[in-house]
Design a protein around this ligand. Structure first.
Ligand code: PGA
Length: 264
């Protein structure tokens, strides 16, 4: 696992954007898996800046979001579709027709078919080249809450109490946070060719240590990244604060310049 520890959130955002930009430059027709939440906002801002001032071209990029709240229409201000518009699409030349986000308003009777179709669309697009992931306070990736099957696919899920509390900050109150979501599964996520995991702040330090250095377990779903062959984790100093191997990660990262290869 490649773990890059940077000073603060600004450096994390720039480094993460560089990783994404590197893929887009190397493979202009590519597929990005995208995440929402507070963590990737700075990365999206930097990507929009790269588009506007450096001409980073998103015209060949297709995107698949990890999840969407169930019950919210894509035009709802708290929907993840609106989040993506505001944070990335409006500032870049991503073609909206190539942006895929689960439909939070699909009828219950059609949910299974919708989820199967989402998986099919990912396959048709050629699979996800790089999947961006945040880590929830309860260790979730996408909305795969503690206890989620590590082989799960895109499906309707219930949100954990902690997630509802954590996400209440984006809503007027916790009561307004939807209690279901359509989420890519852990199995779906593991099929991406590369994972880019981001976490910042002291409040993530415990869960980051469990995910990176604890046992592989559905109790900490993010620990499943230990099974993937190409994972880059970018952390600020605070989120890295409880890692026991921080010095080794820093050493390995410092060696990358010499071999000009990513040391996974
Ligand atoms: P956050 O959420 O970026 O808002 O901390 C992370 C997540 O839930 O995946």
């Amino acid at each position: 696992m490649r773990v890059l520890i940077v000073k603060n959130y600004e450096e994390l955002s720039v480094k993460a954007a560089e990783e994404v930009a590197e893929l887009i430059k190397r493979k202009p027709i590519c597929v990005l898996g995208l995440a929402t939440g507070g963590t990737p906002v700075g990365m999206y801002k930097e990507l929009a800046r790269m588009h506007q001032s450096e001409g980073l071209d998103f015209s060949g990029v297709a995107t698949f979001n990890l999840d969407e709240y169930y019950g919210l229409d894509g035009s709802h201000p708290h929907s993840y579709r609106c989040f993506m518009d505001a944070n990335l699409v409006d500032g870049t030349n991503i073609n909206r027709e190539n942006m895929f986000i689960p439909n939070g308003k699909v009828a219950i009777k059609d949910v299974e078919a919708h989820c199967a179709e989402y998986e099919e669309k990912i396959k048709e697009a050629g699979g996800i080249d790089l999947q961006v992931l945040g880590i929830g306070g309860d260790g979730h990736i996408a909305f795969n809450e503690p206890g989620a099957s590590l082989a799960s696919r895109t499906r309707l899920v219930a949100l954990n109490e902690q997630t509802i509390k954590d996400n209440a900050r984006f809503f007027a109150s916790a009561e307004e946070v939807p209690v279901y979501a359509i989420s890519m599964g852990v199995g779906t996520i593991l099929e991406a060719r590369e994972l880019l995991v981001l976490a910042n702040g002291e409040k993530k330090a415990d869960i980051v240590a469990k995910a990176l250095e604890g046992p592989l377990s559905s109790s900490v779903v993010a620990s499943v990244i230990q099974l993937h062959p190409k994972v880059t984790v970018i952390l600020d100093e605070e989120a890295a604060g409880k890692l026991s191997r921080a010095n080794f990660y820093k050493f390995a990262a410092s060696m990358e310049g010499q071999v000009r290869l990513k040391l996974f």
